[in-house]
Every structure is written in C-alpha cells, then in structure tokens.
Ligand binder design. Structure first.
Ligand SMILES: *Cc1c(COP(=O)(O)O)cnc(C)c1O
Length: 390
C-alpha cells in the first residue's frame, strides 16, 4: 500500500522534496503511524511546526470550536480570534503591532516591504539595501529567495530582486563594511540559522550589529520563523540575545499545524504600513488564529525550562558518539555534524528503526515536539545513537 502512494506521488506531484521513506497516516503527540501501522517517535515536528505534537487536544478544541462559528471572512471585517491573538503576541513580546499572513516567506516579504517603506518615508529613494547573512534562509518567494545567503539557491530563477547584500555571519567588520559601502535600510538575520546548518549566532556579534544599526537608523529584522514560539527555550530566540528588534517575523509553530505567518512591529515601525500598502486574503484566518491562541497561551517559562533541559540532554547523549563531530543548536533546535558517516544512511537508519529525523545543510537535524515525554525522548535518542555508531 505504501508503495502505491509513493508511485502516485512521483507521478502526480512535482518532485521537489526528495521525500523520506515513510507514508504517514495518523498519530498523537510525538507518536506517529504509517499506512502499514508501523510506529514512529517524531523528532521532526513537521519541521518545527508541531510544538505540541500532532493532533494536540487543546489545539483541536480551539480549531473545532472556531470551525463551527466562523470559518473565514474577509480582512475588510473585524474578527475576535485575530484581535485576541494580536494582543497576546504584543503583550508577550512588547512589540506594538502585528500583520497576519500565511507562511514564513510571506511574513518575511512583509518585513522586507516594511523595512523599505520605513526608509523611503524618511530618506526617499535609494536607501533600500538589506543585509542578510551568508548561509541564511528566509523563504522561497523571489524576494525572500534573494534574501537567502546561499549561492546554491541563486542558480535558476534570475533576475533576482535588487537590493540584497550578504555578510559573513559572526563577522561584524563585514557587516560594518557593507553598511558603509551600500545605502542600507535593514539587517535581517536568524538568531539560529536553521536550514543553513543549525548555527546559533555569536552573542557579541549580534549585540555589535544591534548597536551599530541603532546608531545609524538601520532596522534590525529578526527572522523567527523556525526559532520562534519556544523552540530555542525562549519565547523568541532574540530574547535570549537581549536585543530589541524593530521587526520580527514568525510562522511555523505559531499556527499549531495550520498555515499562519506573523510579522511583529516595534514602536519604530508600527506606523510604517498604512491603509492599502499591504494585505492578504487568508492572512489571520479565524480558524488559524483561534488555533494559535491555544498555542501561545501554553508557552510558559516552565515549558521553556523544560525545552532547555531536553536540549541539553540530547547534546550530552550525542556528543560522545564516535561518529559525531559536534552538536550545535539552542533549546530543542539541534544539529548533529557527523564524521566518517553517510548522512542519508543515518536518516534512513533512524526511520527504519522508527524515529523520524531531518537534515539541514549536511547535518542531522532534530526538532522534537517541545512536550515530547522524557520516555519517548530517551527511547528515540538511544535509537539515534545506535544508528550513528552502528
Ligand atoms: C521555514 C523558514 C522560512 C520559510 O517559511 P515558509 O512557511 O516555508 O514560507 C523562512 N525563514 C526561516 C528561518 C525558516 O526556517
């Protein structure tokens, strides 16, 4: 049966994913089953989406209730779930306003447009360049693809969007040099580079960039699409760096499994987007935002402490492995660099033994649900260790 789905997939779905073997069917929390009834422990969480696992009860309750109340209505009208979620997000972050969209890429498009408009409003034409970091990932629309600091993504789709330059991560002099040689409106970065290889930025670097940017009225845009909503053991990773961004984008986990993007604005940028300068048909859909409220309410300091502990446990377990070169990351966003070991063999080995894992730029990547039970986590990590050192 699984083979039938794989055949149909290959025949009818554009082949951009290089999918891993399992044909998944149902599950609860961190436990998933494929169409043949085989059980898996999930260390992937739908790529940092399912922070409370799949089919989480509270989220189902919130979504189901909303489904029977109001499924969709245009953004020309007000709705309760949007406003409640917006207030909660602002109260929890100190940001002033939000814009809702449907994905990480869209949240970043909104951030990019806002950064450009902020500068255009104040300084006129020309000061529109955005600095991003090498190895960054910001999305797959043309502008966000251009923003990605990875040459391998810049091969096939030119001409790209003007106005992006790339600095070496953790190299403040490079950022400063690019600021001095371009008319820069913003610096955009992930606090922990995800797709680029689970690399947490250096704290001093981030602080230096912030100080320089503030002194030159250059906006700090933090892409928290993957790092956000508790993944790193902080509500948003920038909070662990002690900076105050002008714009923050997030998506993935905030929707609990439904599509939702959010761009948050500090007092510096809260008034930049004005009537008809941006919009979205589905953005902030009542069902997605109702579900998101049930997620954001549970991202408590106690959970954040738990995330740190579980992340530490994984690091301590995997670091001594013979074929592990090093373990990187923050909280439950973990990269494992292997040595003398084929990555795809390890991924296939884990899945064959019932543990779902991911990769990121040559690393094994682990993004378990934040509330995975200690028993499941220990069982899964024991299997990962065995597969790596087999
Ligand atoms: C996943 C991701 C995106 C893109 O999000 P989509 O919802 O796939 O558009 C952007 N930035 C970062 C850091 C991501 O991890």
């Amino acid at each position: 049966m699984a083979e039938d789905y794989k055949t149909l997939d290959k025949q009818y779905i554009v082949n951009v994913y290089n999918r891993i073997g399992a044909v998944l069917d149902h599950g609860k929390g961190a436990t998933l089953y494929d169409v043949e009834g085989k059980k898996y422990i999930d260390l992937s969480a739908g790529i940092a989406v399912n922070i409370f696992g799949v089919c989480d009860d509270e989220w189902i309750q919130a979504v189901e209730t909303q489904l029977h109340k109001l499924s969709h209505i245009s953004n020309v009208f007000y709705t309760e779930p949007q406003t409640v979620l917006a207030e909660k997000l602002c109260q929890k972050t100190g940001m002033k306003k939000v814009f809702f969209s449907n994905s990480g890429a869209e949240a970043n498009e909104c951030a990019i447009k806002t950064a450009r408009k902020y500068s255009h409003d104040k300084y006129g034409d020309g000061r529109h360049t955005i600095i991003t970091l090498k190895n960054s990932f910001h999305g797959r629309t043309l502008a966000t693809l251009t923003a990605c600091g990875q040459d391998s993504l810049h091969q096939d789709f030119g001409p790209f969007v003007d106005g992006f330059v790339y600095a070496e991560a953790d190299n403040f002099d490079d950022v400063k040099h690019l600021c001095e040689t371009n008319k820069v409106c913003a610096i955009m970065m992930e606090m922990v580079q995800g797709e680029g290889g689970v690399h947490p930025l250096d704290k001093d670097f981030v602080k230096q960039v912030e100080a320089y940017a503030k002194a030159h009225d250059i906006l700090i845009v933090v892409d928290e699409v993957q790092t956000g909503n508790g993944r790193t053991g902080y509500l948003y990773a920038y909070m662990g760096y002690g900076i105050e961004p002008d714009i923050v984008s997030t998506a993935k986990a905030i929707g609990g499994g439904l599509p939702l993007g959010v761009t948050l604005f500090a007092s510096s940028t809260e008034h930049t987007l004005t009537d008809h300068t941006h919009g979205s048909t589905f953005g902030g859909n009542p069902i997605c935002t109702a579900g998101a409220i049930s997620i954001i309410d549970r991202l408590t300091p106690e959970l954040m402490e738990e995330v740190q502990k579980k992340g530490q446990y994984i690091k301590e377990e995997l670091e001594p492995c013979q074929h592990v070169d090093h373990v990187s990351g923050m909280g439950l966003m973990i990269g494992v660099a292997l040595k003398d070991k084929d990555l795809s063999d390890v991924v296939e080995g884990c899945v064959a033994k019932g543990v779902l894992v991911l990769t990121a730029n040559g690393l094994l990547r682990l993004l378990p649900p934040l509330n995975i039970s200690w028993d499941d986590l220990k069982e899964a990590i024991a299997i990962v260790k065995k597969v790596i050192d087999k």
